[in-house]
Design a protein around this ligand. Structure first.
Ligand code: CDP
Ligand code: CDP
Length: 239
């Protein structure tokens, strides 16, 4: 018999959620679901089809028709095409709030995210690890509403935080290293992050919120390895 261990990671932009989640998933043999990538993919598909992002009905139809897959830890496919890089464009990031506040989109993606976590539809295959003679399989999902709305009964919930200046510097360095910074200054990146955090925290539906039973992890002064180790310890404590 194997059991399913679900880890919900939420927090503001560039706090280190996806980096931590991917490494954690690799170490534990768990699946990984990047819920933010799904909202990004819907935004991309709307932009590609010149859909007005405020047109609730048209956006809903796009979300219904979009086929999103995660072939590997770092890859995102939209309708059979690799969009892993495209979805990180600044035009997606700046416009995503319209999609994230669309009730129908959230409902469609929530159903897919829950089904992926259960293994009903492919997305997050897990080989798991052995613990006291039993195989523990699981999934790590990161986003904004995972611990509150998507997996409210997750076995472990972590809310990752970091000082906004540190988050902005991390995102700035990341974009610079990838060559996708464009003309943006560190100040632009910080302003964008703050605007998106505010939209995420204040939207009516599924806002960015720490679940009551989530453990807060401030990563401002932590290395990536330390972040991963701390959450890994939390998993072992819960087992
Ligand atoms: O990587 P970063 O934290 O900057 O963003 P992301 O995780 O890719 O998410 C992009 C945007 O999608 C967020 O700012 C939210 O507006 C939205 N999102 C959401 O509403 N709910 C989620 N579970 C995940 C993302
Ligand atoms: O998923 P989220 O938007 O919360 O953040 P991320 O994409 O995982 O991390 C943003 C950037 O911060 C990445 O380039 C990470 O390598 C970097 N970083 C980190 O996550 N943790 C640290 N302690 C230091 C840097």
């Amino acid at each position: 018999m194997s059991r399913l261990f679900r880890i919900a990671i939420d927090g503001p932009g560039a706090s280190g959620k996806s980096t931590t989640a991917k490494l954690l998933a690799t170490k534990l043999g768990f699946g990984y679901i990047d819920s933010g990538a799904m909202f990004r993919a819907i935004t991309l598909k709307c932009q590609q089809q010149n859909i007005d992002l405020k047109d609730q009905e048209k956006v809903k139809q796009i979300a219904q028709s979009a086929k999103i897959n995660f072939p590997s830890l770092s890859q995102v496919e939209l309708d059979g095409k690799d969009v892993s890089e495209l979805i990180r464009n600044s035009s997606i990031t700046r416009n995503i709030s319209h999609i994230a506040s669309n009730t129908s989109v959230r409902e469609i993606l929530a159903n897919q995210q829950r089904a992926m976590a259960k293994g009903d539809i492919p997305g997050a295959n897990s080989t798991g690890f052995e613990h006291h003679g039993k195989v523990v399989k699981g999934v790590v999902m990161d986003g904004r509403d995972i611990g509150t709305v998507i997996l409210p009964d997750a076995e472990l919930k972590v809310f990752i935080e970091a000082d906004v200046k540190i988050r902005a510097k991390r995102r700035f360095d990341e974009l610079k290293n990838k060559g996708s910074l464009g003309d943006d200054t560190l100040q632009d990146v910080e302003q964008d992050l703050e605007a998106r955090d505010l939209a995420d925290r204040t939207r009516k539906i599924a806002p960015l919120l720490k679940a009551k039973d989530a453990i807060v992890l401030d990563t401002s002064a932590l290395t990536i390895e330390q972040q991963v180790e701390k959450i890994q310890d939390m998993v072992y404590e819960r087992l």
